[in-house]
Design a protein around this ligand. Structure first.
Ligand code: RI2
Length: 323
């Protein structure tokens, strides 16, 4: 990693990579705070050196996980705030932008929760996949509205993030039934909504989320169970408006099976994609802090928020691409 990157920023990057820090919104929050740390600790002699330090830190964070677009969106937000021509001015710019970003993120999640809660009725049962703070914000708001909600929670192999969801729901007083992933179809008859988060939403309304979401959505459609995606606008992928595709992260096979068991099986090839793509026709609503949208119309919001494209302000000026 680049020497200019502060040790605390390196630590954040490593923790995102190893998933000690995980979940699209949490990753974005951690990345903004890391840039803030880089700025407050930078001993750059002049404004250009300071900018280079910040770009190096942003690249280190950006290189960790490729799919959750909240990460580059967070980096872009903070770096774009750098307008001063002095080191002290730039430092303050970064601190202000990072603080503003984190506050907006928190507010967006709370506002999104209110919208999502309106879709849930008293007595409803939801089915969840993985662990999404955006999705849980909807349940929390519904509970605060006095609604009784129950949940069927998929464990979500290979990392079992469903366990985190089960714990959080229990803390909210929501009765939980934990199931293995392959039991989902069996229990879809008993639930009123499938409620999931997103790591990225593409311009055509496709939802990129934890592996297994697309199969769950197809089964839910077959059973007539509505599928609701909780995704604050930070999850909208501006690059998809100009034809870019979302990179699906392939993670280490050790998350799926240990070496010893693998050898006993004759060393078959193991694949461990972290995410999949759910086409818009299987999604009933994308719930954001700006209201709920049919997936096909999310591009309108995307254009309003991001214009026609994006830049990569962490790239060195000579190699900067403006997609
Ligand atoms: P929030 C997670 O990915 C899940 O796919 C989840 O739906 C998504 O991030 C969004 O999380 P991972 O980091 O931003 O566990 O809603 O691979 O918290």
């Amino acid at each position: 990693m680049d020497d200019r990157v502060h040790p605390e920023v390196r630590r954040t990057a490593t923790e995102i990579d190893t998933m000690e820090i995980r979940g699209a919104a949490t990753i974005a929050d951690a990345a903004a705070r890391a840039l803030r740390m880089q700025a407050t600790e930078s001993d750059a002699a002049d404004a250009e050196a300071f900018r280079a330090d910040l770009r190096a830190a942003a690249r280190a964070l950006h290189e960790t996980r490729p799919t959750a677009v909240s990460l580059p969106n967070a980096l872009r937000y903070v770096l774009r705030g750098m307008s001063s021509t002095t080191v002290e001015g730039l430092r303050q710019n970064v601190v202000d932008s990072a603080d503003e970003f984190c506050a907006r993120l928190e507010r967006a999640q709370a506002d999104l929760g209110e919208v999502g809660a309106n879709r849930l009725r008293d007595g409803d049962t939801i089915m969840t996949h993985c662990h999404s703070t955006d999705a849980l914000a909807c349940v929390e708001a519904a509970v605060e509205q006095g609604k009784h909600i129950e949940a069927v929670v998929k464990e979500t192999r290979p990392r079992n993030q469903g366990h985190i969801t089960a714990k959080r729901l229990d803390e909210l007083g929501v009765p939980v039934t934990l199931i293995v992933d392959s039991a989902a179809r069996r229990y879809l008859n008993d639930v009123d909504h499938v409620l999931v988060g997103a790591d990225a939403v593409a311009a055509d309304g496709s939802v990129i989320n934890k592996i297994g979401t697309s199969g769950l959505a197809v089964n839910a459609r077959d059973r007539g169970t509505p599928i609701m995606v909780a995704a604050q606008t930070l999850k909208l992928h501006p690059g998809t408006m100009t034809g870019h595709t979302v990179d699906i992260e392939m993670r280490d096979t050790s998350e799926v099976i240990d070496d010893e068991t693998l050898a006993e099986l004759g060393n078959p090839t193991v694949k461990n994609p972290a995410f999949d793509v759910t086409p818009p026709r299987y999604v009933d609503a994308i719930v954001t802090e700006r209201g709920q949208f049919p997936p096909e119309s999310i591009v309108i919001l995307m254009r309003e928020l991001f214009g026609e494209g994006t830049s990569e302000p962490w790239a060195e000026p000579s190699s900067r691409a403006e997609p």
